[in-house]
Write a protein that binds this ligand. Structure first.
Ligand SMILES: C[S@@+](CC[C@H](N)C(=O)[O-])C[C@H]1O[C@@H](n2cnc3c(N)ncnc32)[C@H](O)[C@@H]1O
Length: 282
């Protein structure tokens, strides 16, 4: 793990030290597919509002397992460019694209800051759950703004984690939330980047078109409960390396998650996902 000392020095100039925190293991790929099944209707509603249509030139950042990428291809009726740093995820995307009739994509298998993107090209750039990982989001946004054509749209869906709650609330909750923030900050990211995007868009020269929140709440056994428990129980041991969480507190939290799952009055209120749409001025 990076130390706090070197995490503080991360930025555009040190981007080659960026390490994507969740990796591309088969287990993570399966988690991403399950998460996408729950959240894809929210993204397709966003595509409806954006009126994505045939012939648009679209770029997706970090398509992961590719469900939304395939949806974008259907909507534009052709290939969609992508930047995906994982060679394994990029290879899966190529296999998926070979199965529909819309032709091969241009996939930049790079970290976004290193991708040789064309300028003034795209009608739409889309990213879900990528910006929370990125150091120096302003540099990444400026790069995407350069790639948009004048009048083109940037649509990002990302978290505001502070809404996350387990009810009944475990005593260690504040420590879990602090460890969650520290985990993403260890690579220069911000787990609550969603709420900061409007101001970051403005600084990058975009006009704000819309800001729409999405909030899910789940009871034990529900898809929302399964989604959040899979993630948080899966990362608890890694989070325990980030004070003030400790191994002991992480073990107690695990027991409290499992006990809450057995009570039918328990609730999980999810991290909010905020859709932020901006336009490059003409
Ligand atoms: C949490 S996953 C989200 C995947 C997908 N967007 C979704 O909504 O299911 C983050 C994705 O972004 C990719 N990624 C992370 N950092 C990246 C970077 N700097 N440049 C390009 N891709 C990146 C990861 O490999 C992964 O596919």
């Amino acid at each position: 793990m990076p130390t706090r000392r070197n995490a503080g020095r991360r930025g555009a100039g040190s981007r080659h030290r960026y390490r994507y925190l969740l990796g591309d293991s088969r287990r993570e790929a399966a988690r991403l597919r399950a998460q996408a099944r729950l959240w894809d209707p929210v993204a397709t509603a966003l595509f409806d509002r954006l009126r994505v249509r045939r012939g648009w030139k679209v770029l997706e950042i970090g398509p992961g397992q590719g469900s939304l990428h395939m949806e974008l291809r259907r909507r534009v009726g052709g290939p969609v460019d992508a930047v995906e740093r994982s060679p394994a995820f990029a290879a899966r995307l190529r296999r998926l694209c070979a199965r529909d009739r819309f032709g091969p994509d241009h996939i930049f298998v790079n970290d976004l800051l290193d991708a040789p993107l064309p300028r003034r090209t795209y009608d739409l750039v889309f990213a879900r759950w990528v910006f929370l990982f990125l150091p120096d989001p302003e540099a990444h946004l400026r790069k995407l703004v350069r790639a948009l054509r004048p009048g083109g749209l940037l649509a990002i869906e990302d978290y505001h984690r502070e809404t996350f709650a387990l009810i009944p609330r475990p005593r260690e909750w504040a420590d879990l939330m602090a460890a969650d923030r520290a985990f993403f900050a260890s690579q220069g990211g911000d787990a609550s980047i969603g709420g900061r995007l409007p101001e970051l868009y403005r600084r990058a020269g975009l006009e704000i078109v819309a800001i729409d929140p999405n909030l899910k709440v789940g009871r034990p056994g529900s898809p929302v409960w399964r989604w959040l428990s899979t993630y948080f129980l899966g990362v608890l041991d890694r989070y325990a390396e980030h004070p003030p969480l400790t191994r002991g507190k992480a073990a107690r939290l695990r027991r409290r998650f499992l006990a809450a799952a057995r009570a039918d009055t328990s609730l999980m209120i999810a991290p909010a996902v905020i859709d932020v749409i901006g336009r490059k001025p003409l």
